[in-house]
Design a protein around this ligand. Structure first.
Ligand code: 8YV
Length: 312
């Protein structure tokens, strides 16, 4: 008898196929009446699969009294009410590590693209402007200071890459890390004052909302560049747009936004801003590995074994 699985939102097709083949799956996003659908499943669903922005809130958990495990596709669990899950004794797994390198690559890619104006340069050539003369000079990343907000797995991978690009590394986080020798700042404003490039690489959620504030962006200043590969909520987005417009912030490389997929249109015309549609982990091998972790965590749960990558 196949076990039953609630799937909250659409997910990586290959993973979806495996889950459909392995379990009797119930697709919440296809339900015409969400509440009636959940009520029909209330006495028999103990595991759910979530992904990206399609997480789970406390109200939904309340409708699933038998829920014991949520297997999340993604390292960031800010779309799940983790405190409610803990309160209800629901285990949560996520997909760390397998995406670290791809996300760190995008962070460095956005930093270089914004500093060296790669996207503007591409447009400069395609629009035939090179025929009229050389493109203005850009900023070099060589010998500059890369400030990293959040020295977790992804923050460290970015720091290692930064060193390979001859950047000085400094970081901010809730705690100084004992196993790294990079300069530590408890205060993000102090970090920004010392930085030429500032990368947000911390988790999303309420604890980091607006951590990269107006004051932090002003401290970074009119010449230098903010990069975000974590969550849109980490940066005060309206302040960032305003400071970019006023020339009080040098530039930005952004993969995540507050209200994805909607992006502040004021950014579209800015040559010193590089925009990406949340593609940090969007490669075939990484999404496949994330899906396999999601599958393995569910299999471990149903086998009564410890989860492979338990978040809480
Ligand atoms: C995912 C991410 O693309 O892992 C995360 O936290 O933001 C991305 O890897 C996103 O969650 C979609 O599933």
């Amino acid at each position: 008898m196949k076990r039953e699985l609630l799937m909250v939102g659409p997910m990586y097709p290959k993973t979806l196929d495996v889950l459909d083949a392995t379990y009797t799956t119930h697709k919440l996003w296809l339900a015409p009446d969400r509440d009636a659908f959940l009520a029909s499943l209330a006495d028999r669903i103990d595991a759910a699969a979530t992904s990206g922005t399609k997480g789970m809130d406390d109200a939904t958990m309340a409708k699933l009294p038998k829920l014991k495990m949520i297997s999340h596709f993604g390292v960031g669990v800010d779309s799940i009410d983790v405190d409610a899950a803990k309160r209800r004794g629901i285990m949560v797994s996520n997909t760390p590590d397998v995406l670290t390198d791809d996300v760190a690559d995008i962070a460095i890619g956005l930093m270089i693209a914004a500093a060296r104006r790669l996207v503007a340069g591409d447009r400069y050539v395609r629009e035939g402007r090179w025929l009229k003369g050389p493109m203005p000079l850009a900023e070099s990343v060589q010998g500059k200071t890369l400030g990293i907000v959040g020295m977790g797995r992804i923050g460290r991978a970015i720091a290692r890459r930064g060193e390979a690009f001859n950047l000085e590394i400094a970081y901010q986080g809730p705690n100084r890390k004992t196993d790294v020798s990079w300069r530590y700042f408890a205060d993000p404003v102090a970090l920004a004052k010392e930085s030429d490039f500032l990368v947000a690489a911390c988790p999303g959620g309420e604890s980091t909302r607006g951590l990269v504030s107006r004051a932090v962006l002003e401290a970074l200043g009119p010449k230098w560049i903010v990069v975000n590969i974590s969550r849109g909520t980490v940066i005060d987005e309206p302040a960032m747009v305003e400071l970019l417009k006023a020339g009080k912030l040098g530039g930005a490389g952004l993969d995540v936004f507050v209200d994805e997929p909607r992006v502040p249109e004021a950014l579209f015309a800015m040559d010193n801003v590089v925009l990406q549609p949340h593609v940090g982990s969007a490669t075939h091998p990484t999404r496949e590995a994330m899906g396999q972790l999601q599958i393995d965590n569910l299999a471990a749960y149903f086998a009564g074994k410890p989860l492979v990558t338990r978040y809480c």
